[in-house]
Write a protein that binds this ligand. Structure first.
Ligand SMILES: Nc1ncnc2c1ncn2[C@@H]1O[C@H](COP(=O)(O)OP(=O)(O)OP(=O)(O)O)[C@@H](O)[C@H]1O
Ligand SMILES: [Mg+2]
Length: 237
């Protein structure tokens, strides 16, 4: 077996984070990136909970909290494109990543979350204080600058960034189901996935080579994909 495949369990990923974060003076920022529906939020929650078994040392700082509001997007004529790289407040995301890095541990740093039920950000949805490990998860952490948004500055604020890779067909099925749950008709859900989500997924796929680690979900486990392995498009089956 390839040595890289040996590191498969969540506990191995927890060890990796500890090895890199322990003994640092300030906060350790880990990025978790991947296409929509890849399972970034799920992995982040599992990783945070595993890191926090003994004490509360880790918390999630979702990029989703920086979605521009529906009112702002409607006024700009961009509401139908919500989720694309220029529909986020990238400058605020960067400013608050810097704040997390620069603020002494113990002092509060509020961070917005995103509530899917109301389709809107929640200001100060989470407040960092004692947490030394930050899991920041989202779609565009490894992107080049696009649409006047300075995405390329994100990576410089992260200590490490992992890419969660999943077959394109799986993403497609998950997102169609999610949009139907969110109130769309099946045909409207498929159009949204085809014309928006999958285009975003393909753009995000181009950033995979920049990741420090590429993970693939295998049931409840996550395999580390060796460099040069097939892409998510190739594995779509
Ligand atoms: N390891 C897993 N095993 C089985 N199902 C999973 C796994 N990870 C995620 N899922 C399912 O896939 C769907 C998408 O997961 P999740 O919301 O974590 O993705 P995401 O990458 O955060 O998506 P988005 O970019 O839209 O926020 C959810 O329905 C979730 O239950
Ligand atoms: Mg998510």
């Amino acid at each position: 077996m390839d040595r890289a495949y040996a590191e498969t369990s969540l506990s191995a990923l927890v060890r990796r984070v500890h090895e890199r974060a322990d003994g640092r003076g300030g906060r350790y920022l880990l990025g978790i990136v991947g296409p929509p529906g890849a399972g970034k939020s799920t992995l982040s929650v599992r990783l945070r909970n595993a890191l926090n078994v003994e004490s509360r040392i880790a918390e999630i700082a979702p990029m989703d909290g920086y979605h521009l509001t529906n009112d702002v997007l409607r006024a700009a004529g961009s509401l139908a494109r919500k989720g694309e790289p220029d529909t986020f407040d990238t400058a605020a995301f960067l400013a608050n990543l810097r704040r997390l890095r620069d603020t002494p541990i113990g002092e509060p740093v509020p961070w917005p979350t995103f509530d899917r039920a109301i389709d809107a950000p929640v200001p100060a949805g989470v407040v960092f204080d004692r947490q030394q490990i930050v899991l920041t998860e989202g779609n565009y952490l490894l992107l080049d600058d696009v649409g006047g948004r300075e995405w390329s500055a994100v990576r410089k604020l992260l200590d490490e960034c992992w890419y969660l890779d999943v077959p394109r067909k799986l993403i497609e099925d998950r997102l169609v189901r999610r949009h139907i749950r969110g109130g769309r008709t099946p045909s409207a859900a498929r159009v949204k996935v085809r014309d928006s989500d999958l285009l975003n997924a393909d753009l995000i796929g181009t950033t995979k080579a920049r990741a420090d680690l590429v993970l693939r979900q295998q049931g409840r486990r996550y395999e580390v994909v060796p460099r040069g392995s097939t892409s998510s498009r190739d594995t779509s089956g």
